[in-house]
Structures are given as C-alpha cells and as structure tokens.
Design a protein around this ligand. Structure first.
Ligand SMILES: Nc1ncnc2c1ncn2[C@@H]1O[C@H](COP(=O)(O)OP(=O)(O)O)[C@@H](O)[C@H]1O
Ligand SMILES: [Mg+2]
Length: 366
C-alpha cells in the first residue's frame, strides 16, 4: 500500500522565494495523478520533495502512511524518471537496467528475471546488448522507464519524461506509460506542463499556478467545471474564449448577455446565477469546440468576421473577430468553403457557456 499524502506542504528558496504554498493533496494507492501547470509554478519542487531530493520548509509528506519528511531518497522506495534519461553511456542497456539492482546486491538470477519482464513490457529485448548512443531518443526513454520498473518501487515519480521526444513518439510513449500502469498499477505522480498529457494520463489532474493548487479533479471535472478562469483557460486546446459581457434582464424576465455584436440568451441555470447581476459586467467563457457554424438554437447565434482559416484536414479552425474581440471556433467541417474576410454566423451549443466574476475570477453559479 503506497498512498501519498501531502499536508500543508511549503517550500521557500532562501528567505524570500515561496515556491510551493500550502499544498494539500491525497493520492490513493495505485492512483495515477498528473500534476500540471505553467513553467515555474512549483511542479518539480513538489515532486522532488516527495522524492526526498529537496528539503521541505514546512508541512508533512506521508508515503504508505509513514511520515517521510526527513527520510533520505533511498529509504522512500520511490523511482524517478526525468526529462533527461541520464543513462550510463559506457554500459549496455542490460547493464543499465541491472545497475540499481546490482548496487543492492540482488542475485544475478533475480536481476535477469526482472529485466526479462521489463524488457518484455517495453519491447527492449532486441536492444539489451546495445549502448545508449546506439538508441533513438524514444528507445533511451524506454530504457530509463525500464530502470524504474526493475526496481519494483512503491511509487513512480515522473518529471516531464516525454518533453525531449518528438510529437509522434510522445504520443506513443503516453500509451506505453498508460499500458504500463494498467499492467503494474503503482502509485504515480506525473509532472508535465502539457495539459493534453495530463488529461490523457491522469486518473486525476492537479492544476498548479504560482505554487498553489488551483483544482484537483478527474479530467472531465476540470474540463467541465473549472474552479476558476485560470483553469478554464489552461485546460482544453485550443483555449477557451473569454469575452467581456454585460448582463441584461428584460422586463419579461429573459436573461441575456451582451457585448459589441453579441447578444445571447443564457440557459435557465445560468440565468438564476446571473439575474442578481443585472447591468454588471461579467466574463463569459466558451470553448472553441462548442461554437458551431450556422444559426443554432434561438438566441445563441452571432455574426463574426473571419480573420484566419487553419485547415487541419479533419476540420477547420477559425480565428474570427467580433467587435474587437478575437473568438476561435473549432469543429468547422473541413470541406467548408470559407476564406479570410468572409462574414459567418456562429452559434453556441446550449448549456455550454461559462461565466466568471471579473474580480475574483471564480465561476458564477447558482
Ligand atoms: N534551487 C532553487 N533556488 C531558488 N529558486 C528555485 C530553485 N529551484 C526552483 N526555483 C524556483 O522555484 C519556482 C518553481 O520551480 P519549479 O518547481 O522547478 O517549477 P516547474 O517545475 O513548475 O517549472 C521557480 O520560480 C524556480 O525559479
Ligand atoms: Mg519542472
């Protein structure tokens, strides 16, 4: 059993820089958690504190119920994979895989069995006699993963292990890591700045910003119910559109939101939350994939000027201008005849609007 619990975890570098702030996180045994956020938000620092590679300033870290705050890394039973795989260049793949186990004086027969199993899982059998420089980047990263697997640790910690790979290999390795976790379910924390990686790999996703956790949830939760405007803009690609709008409740009680060139009728649920803000400005969020070409449902359409057409083959991505607001629309059918300068009608799928308070940036909900 290797649940990981972080309680009020803080890290100060020197006397002024507060890199990790009051982080509370409970990771279940065998769970795969993805820690995501922009560069410099404190992901690596958090991971390195779990590994024991960085002192903690305050708080508690538990692994398998035991407080490990001051335990050296080798006594925490964790294995870490970095962006730089750091293989021993003069050793064969086999000897790289065997290295840690030989240090622990594991019998050679047991080492062979562990390597055989890991090599089978990662497709390394035909590479075992090669030196690292005879391997591609993806193969080297697989060996680095193999080195962790053979140790059979309680916890896997990954720090952007796929960042050095090209896009195609990254996608392949993502699948391998997922398969690996299905075959040997080991508690894992995976740090990445790439929200697609976080969403596809994590049982749960933890979004960090400026040293603080913004939201913890399943991929569907953080996509569907972002905890604030930052999460709303960070999760999802292309990013959510944000538009400053004014709330208007008509004499007959219909709630709409308005901006230059836009007037949308909001759903009943949104209307309940927005009605008390009649006349106020709020931030409306709508994801590019929830904007369709055409009129759509009544009260959900607006006119937009086409600025850029990005043909992806499977679909078109449209950059449009409404008033002086840029709005991106995805999911436009690839065959659509459309060009820069065209006027188009866009419509929002009902129930897909998000609203945020302009001061607190928190969601406005009933
Ligand atoms: N050894 C260090 N000394 C001082 N500041 C550091 C040190 N390591 C990291 N930092 C700072 O702490 C912040 C968080 O860093 P890090 O955890 O590496 O971010 P991330 O992995 O999310 O990109 C950054 O602003 C970084 O500059
Ligand atoms: Mg980092």
């Amino acid at each position: 059993m290797a649940a990981i619990t972080l309680e009020k975890l803080n890290k100060h570098y020197g006397s002024v820089y507060h890199a990790v702030k009051d982080v509370d996180l409970a990771i279940a045994d065998k769970e795969f958690v993805a820690l995501v956020g922009p560069s410099g938000c404190g992901k690596s620092t958090t991971l390195r504190m779990i590994a024991g590679l960085e002192d903690i300033s305050s708080g508690d870290i538990r692994i398998g119920g035991r407080i490990v705050n001051h335990l050296p890394p080798r006594d925490r039973d964790v294995a870490m994979v970095f962006q730089n795989y750091a293989l021993y260049q003069h050793l064969s793949v086999y000897d790289n895989l065997a290295f840690g186990l030989r240090n622990k004086k594991t019998p050679e027969a047991d080492i062979r069995a562990a390597i055989d199993r890991a090599a089978g899982m990662l497709g390394l059998h035909e590479l075992l006699q090669r030196k690292p420089k005879q391997l591609s980047g993806g193969q080297q990263q697989r060996v680095a993963l193999g080195r962790c697997i053979v140790r059979n640790p309680q916890v896997f910690l990954f720090d952007e292990p796929l960042s050095n790979l090209d896009a195609k290999l990254r996608a392949q390795m993502r699948i391998e890591i997922k398969r690996l976790h299905a075959e040997i379910p080991t508690t894992s924390v995976f740090v990445t700045h790439d929200q697609v990686e976080a969403m596809t790999l994590g049982d749960r996703v933890v979004i960090m910003r400026d040293g603080r956790i913004q939201q913890i949830g399943t991929p569907l939760q953080v996509y569907g119910k972002p905890a604030n405007k930052f999460v709303a803009g960070f999760i999802g690609a292309p990013a959510m559109n944000f538009i400053d709008v004014a709330v208007a409740v008509s004499p007959s009680g219909v709630t709409s939101v308005e901006a230059w060139g836009i007037k949308l009728t909001v759903s009943d649920a949104n209307a309940r939350a927005l009605a008390v803000r009649n006349g106020d400005r709020v931030i409306m969020g709508v994801r590019p994939e929830h904007l369709m070409l055409g009129d759509g449902a009544p009260g959900m359409g607006f006119d937009a000027g086409v600025e850029v057409v990005e043909q992806l083959g499977s679909e078109i991505l449209l950059e449009t201008l409404v008033g002086n607001t840029s709005i991106t629309a995805a999911r436009v059918p690839a065959e659509t005849k459309i060009a820069r300068g065209d006027q188009v009608r866009l419509s929002v799928q009902p129930g897909r609007l998000h609203f945020f308070d302009p001061e607190t940036e928190l969601p406005i909900s009933a």
